[in-house]
Design a protein around this ligand. Sequence first.
Ligand code: NAD
Ligand code: MG
Length: 396
Amino acid sequence: MSQPPIQQITVLGSTGSIGISTLDVIARHPDRYRVYALTAHTSKEALLDQCLAHRPRVAVLDQETDALWLRQALDDAGQATEVLAGGEALCQVAREASVDTVMAAIVGAAGLLPALAAVQAGKRVLLANKEALVLSGALFMQAVERSGATLLPIDSEHNAIYQCLPKEHRGGLGKYGVKQLLLTASGGPFRTWSAADIASATPDQACAHPNWSMGRKISVDSATLMNKGLELIEACWLFDTTPEQIQVVVHPQSVIHSMAAYVDGSVIAQLGNPDMRTPIAYGLAWPERIEAGVETLDLFQIARLDFETADEVRFPCLRLARESIQKGGAAPAILNAANEIAVAAFLEETIAFNAIAEIVAHVLSLPYDGDADSIENVLAADQWAREQAAQFVEQR
Ligand code: NAD
Ligand code: MG
């Protein structure tokens, strides 16, 4: 049998937690994958090391001064990687004709436009950046439909659900006998904490996730359960379901990554060790399977699996997210933007942990008459909510 042609990959957000795991899987399969472009926001030293190891054609940083530094460092090392700067360069390496697959692993709303550029160019898009769907789910899914892009979810829960569904599942899950999606949640580091202890939690405590090692923003989102709220919205768009068809199941071991319940009583689950290289390898190789460097699950060592309901009193962000998708329009974009500002303020120790939910609730309660029917309008809602949230932070 002849070897399939080598796939060219752009990794957006390559210096982050998902980016690093992606490069780890790619490096295990030099016969299948080659890195076309790597991108980072400000971590130029980390990007230099990745460029030397993976020899991409292009590297992108946010600022021209950082790009200048990287160009010089690569030149000194005798490497011919082209270095670009700025947001348009991210879109350029996402839509580049010779690229087959784009890993969308920038954190936050900043990842939307390059992910959308990859979709519009009809690429295989491995979507880790859940915020893109929270902001603009309808427009994003329409763009996938129009361009014929292959969208593969990398968020572990959505990747699990994808694996539990029939291969063809577009146009509403009811058509395929799916009754409900069971979205598992670890419960985060504060699952067993009292409301009073949670209120005074520090950034380091919030970022000490029991099962997953991740970037700081998503770690805080996991601690507030906003991450599960964002994932609920993400699942509605990816799988064409209503929020009522999705049940959040707290499962502290993080071994079952999510499930699909069918009308005949079957519940299909995907299990594995909590390691993002599994969904990443799935997305890279789909519909084939490749080695990811992840140990097979040892069920005897796990010994037991526990399940609980989510407590929306101690963790109001989950309820706020559900209400925002039920409301629709620009509400999820507003929720996301307010959350990004609040989480950044918490990480800078400007506000307390429980102020994150208060800020998001406050901004969602303000009147906003804009819509979410175009990317421009989505970005306007995002900008408006950031300003409102920043004002609220300042007043506290
Ligand atoms: P991270 O903070 O570790 O990395 C983020 C990456 O994006 C870095 O390379 C950074 O340089 C880049 N970046 C940050 N801000 C940017 C900006 N304004 N412009 C351009 N680039 C920017 O984050 P992560 O944990 O790897 O998460 C990435 C995305 O994947 C997030 O949307 C997160 O919700 C999602 N996700 C992560 C995990 C995980 O296990 N880490 C799991 C599921 C989903
Ligand atoms: Mg997840």
